[in-house]
Design a protein around this ligand. Sequence first.
Ligand code: TXA
Ligand code: MG
Length: 327
Amino acid sequence: METRRLDADRMGIAEAAALLAAGRLVAFPTETVYGLGADAGDEHAIAALYAAKGRPARNPLIVHLPDAEWAMAFGDLGELGERLATAFWPGPLTLVAPRRADDGLAAAVVAGGASVGLRVPAHPVAYALLSAVGRPVAAPSANPSGRVSPTEAAHVLDPAAGLGGRIDAVLDAGACPVGVESSIVAIEGDDMRLLRPGGIAPEALEAVAGRPLAPAPASEGQGPLAAPGLMASHYAPAARLRLNADAPRPGEGWLDFGASLPDAAAPAEDLSPEADLAEAAMRLFGALRRLDRVVGPGGAIAVARVPDIGLGCAINDRLRRAAAPRG
Ligand code: TXA
Ligand code: MG
């Protein structure tokens, strides 16, 4: 199959919406990363989505809606979840909550579970597309399972590291402004758990909720996954990563932060010479891809320290997973 690139203008958005409504797979931009969309009520489309990504069936999908009111028809957010939704939707927050009866979602979307992940993205093109489809759209990040998430349409179209040739189209709106995936918060009555750090600083979530975030369960074994993004080896580049490095060793690439070593001789990228965490998040996956290409499959990338506050929590989480031994 040839994967078409569609401009994110009125015609392209209308065409992407028509493809989704017809059960096809279309990648589209959000403020975090590109998602691979499919009609969340269409069993066949969802099966095709899992197949295109090579995604394990026990890993559920986030359901995307254009507005909070519609999202709340799919999950019981409770008082705490509604407070978070009001503060952060539209935006890079996914809320996991008990799913409602007769929601019309294909069973595979929730991987047979009793909860559903809901997200209202802030990107104007995502909003226009979701409004035009008029259906809930399931959308994991538009990468082969376990690989680095795409922050540009070209990453999606890449036949090797992306999904080129395996999906119908990608709606191209340029680079994603946040650059790391949404924060995932599970609502558990009056308590909340951070299943995945992401585009919203954990400190901001706690400030609005007025209570601490419980950490994700450390389950790595069999059985249903609390947040399978928790699988240790994820976001895997071909190269090996060495974290919290002071400098590259001979032969290593160098991923810097805050110009800690501006004269490194290695092939180098700086996530943010000004040490701005939002800029670093935006550039993270693109920089990993570029360095990965330069150092090659047998190579290694040394990574400078990134502060573990605000968006740094999401950046360090992705770096740790990218560095984890491959399963
Ligand atoms: O920013 C994002 O969240 C992007 C854009 C496209 O919206 N999407 C994304 O989807 O990152 P994905 O599938 O790559 O990661 C979603 C994570 C997975 O680890 C999945 O296991 C978890 O969310 N998840 C989805 N539904 C869940 C549920 N009902 N309970 C627990 N975890 C869930
Ligand atoms: Mg993903």
